[in-house]
Design a protein around this ligand. Structure first.
Ligand code: 13P
Ligand code: SF4
Length: 347
């Protein structure tokens, strides 16, 4: 009886902790997180946080994963660059990466001796799946002597074929530092257009030779989305990720990485923002700036949302084979060179 009461008290306390963090956060377009939602999450967050301690594990959660993970159990939350840095620095024995496959793979490349787990299993990404290492090799052979950058949203076999990898937060600065006036950039055709335009704006133009595909979340935004936001919300500031089409980015008040958009919102005295990005970032900003309003036309990455509290617990207790990241050492070593180059050039 006493034990049951004690358990109930711990669950109630945990539900209150979660509700304190999530009460200003949208669950979907029409509803916020409720105390009942938090009570349902509490047994998972309590167990995950206990197993995490027992195993000396660290949980890294991309901002696009759901808020119960981001605020309930993650030790670090951020964009792909911030989390790659945390993966490189961590002293933990186990890394649980709540994100998509290329992110967990990057963590494993940086920590070949550690156990790296991804709750979502082999969750893809339409960019990372748009080009193979073999295709990049052929492209480079067609343009001998031209340096090649790959977006971090790429597989290890693609990174292994490139001189450096980049993230949305450092792509413009690193591209500017590359020698010559031509540059191969894979696998984001839309970011390539934004990159070419930004280099012109900075007075360091380069011809970008691009190959790959686009993000199915950011690539679908249209100029009409920006026009509609401005027509319906006087004074709104519209921000977009550089994975969006250039015609959209040109109409926005700010274009930048997940971290860049967060910093823009934090530094702004404005109160209303149109978010042309993934819902998870909207959730983070709602949690961290309850005094501001975020209008979000739509855009959910189903790959990121495959990470749940239930499969995070499963990965910690008894991971399925697809939740454990394994890498061939020679491939990991070749891919690591381009990731290390990014850290060096991003300084
Ligand atoms: P960030 O580098 O901004 O985290 O972007 C990663 C991503 O997948 C965006 O769609
Ligand atoms: Fe890939 Fe787009 Fe999802 Fe980011 S939002 S992980 S780029 S599919």
């Amino acid at each position: 009886m006493l034990q049951t009461l004690d358990k109930e008290a711990r669950l109630t306390e945990e539900a209150h902790r979660l509700y304190g963090l999530l009460k200003s956060v949208s669950k979907d377009k029409n509803a916020k997180w409720t105390y009942e939602d938090c009570l349902a999450a509490a047994p998972y967050t309590l167990s995950i946080n206990r197993f995490k301690k027992e195993q000396n594990a660290v949980i890294l959660a991309h901002s696009y994963t759901t808020p119960d993970l981001v605020y309930g159990v993650a030790d670090f939350r951020g964009d792909s660059y911030e989390l790659a840095l945390k993966a490189r620095e961590t002293k933990a024995d186990v890394i649980v990466f709540a994100g998509v496959w290329f992110m967990a793979e990057t963590a494993k490349i940086l920590n070949p001796e550690k156990k790296v787990l991804i709750p979502a299993g082999r969750a893809g990404c339409t960019l990372a799946d748009a080009i193979t290492g073999e295709e990049v090799k052929k492209l480079r052979a067609q343009h001998p002597g031209v340096p090649a950058l790959c977006y971090i949203n790429s597989l290890a076999e693609v990174k292994a074929q490139c001189d450096a990898c980049v993230t949305s937060g450092n792509v413009f600065d690193i591209a500017q530092k590359m020698p010559g006036n031509e540059l191969i950039f894979v696998p984001d055709l839309l970011m390539a257009q934004n990159l070419e335009a930004e280099l012109v704006r900075r007075g360091t133009p380069k011809k970008i030779i691009a190959a790959g595909g686009s993000c199915y979340v950011h690539g679908h935004y249209r100029p009409e989305d920006v026009q509609k936001l401005r027509a319906e919300h006087a004074g709104i500031k519209v921000v977009a990720h550089p994975e969006c089409p250039i015609e959209v980015c040109r109409l926005c008040d700010y274009m930048g990485s997940t971290k860049g958009m967060s910093a823009y919102v934090a530094a702004s005295a404005d109160k209303c923002f149109g978010m042309l990005t993934e819902f998870g970032l909207v959730n983070r900003l709602e949690a961290e700036h309850p005094d501001k309003t975020f209008i979000w036309p739509c855009g959910i990455c189903e790959y990121m949302k495959r990470n749940t509290l239930a499969n995070t617990l499963e990965a910690l207790i008894d991971p399925r084979p697809e939740q454990v990241v394994e890498m061939e050492p020679a491939l990991a070593a070749a891919a690591k060179k381009s990731i290390d180059k990014m850290f060096e050039l991003a300084q």
